[in-house]
Write a protein that binds this ligand. Structure first.
Ligand code: SF4
Ligand code: SF4
Length: 153
């Protein structure tokens, strides 16, 4: 279900551009409005839909998921800290779901730009950035040579 932008609702804030894991939400340089540059590469993750403060992004449902007459709308309700889903079936039946936006307050996670840049040697490490700190553990579990046969395997 690739996304598309209602140009008249978009204000060009760029939140969708920042959040898109596929890097396909771009701002048109002439209209200053966002658009999906490559719908075929859309992960259908809904991140941009949820992030858009203007409710300007919608998803074009494929026929298997949203047959003609069926619709799925996502509404970000920041004041309530919730994402609301409205499913409308072909027979007119509607179902509403509400789920928390996230487990931490909106905007409370430190962005990568606020961290010190990793040292060049970090490229040789198998650890991801900020591991193990971000997992709140002292060290990642490691395979110990000679211990793999313990337990009779
Ligand atoms: Fe990008 Fe996900 Fe939005 Fe698709 S649904 S445009 S992958 S953020
Ligand atoms: Fe436009 Fe919404 Fe994207 Fe902001 S997040 S640029 S308002 S589509």
């Amino acid at each position: 279900m690739p996304t598309f932008v209602y140009m008249t609702s978009c204000d060009g804030c760029g939140y969708c551009v920042d959040v898109c894991p596929s890097d396909i939400m771009h701002i048109d340089s002439s209209t200053r409005r966002a658009y999906n540059i490559e719908p075929n590469m859309c992960w259908e993750c809904y991140s941009c839909v949820k992030a858009c403060p203007q409710q300007a992004i919608d998803c074009r449902g494929y026929a298997d998921f949203a047959p003609m007459g069926h619709s799925v709308r996502v509404l970000r309700e920041e004041a309530k800290g919730a994402i609301s889903w409205k499913i409308k079936f072909r027979n007119g039946q509607e179902k509403d779901f509400v789920s928390p936006i996230r487990t931490t307050p909106w905007g409370s996670i430190k962005p990568p730009v606020d961290y010190d840049a990793p040292a060049p040697e970090a490229m040789k490490s198998q650890q991801l950035a900020h591991e193990p700190d971000s997992l709140h553990i002292e060290a990642l579990p490691m395979l110990q040579p000679g211990r793999s046969s313990e337990g009779g395997h």
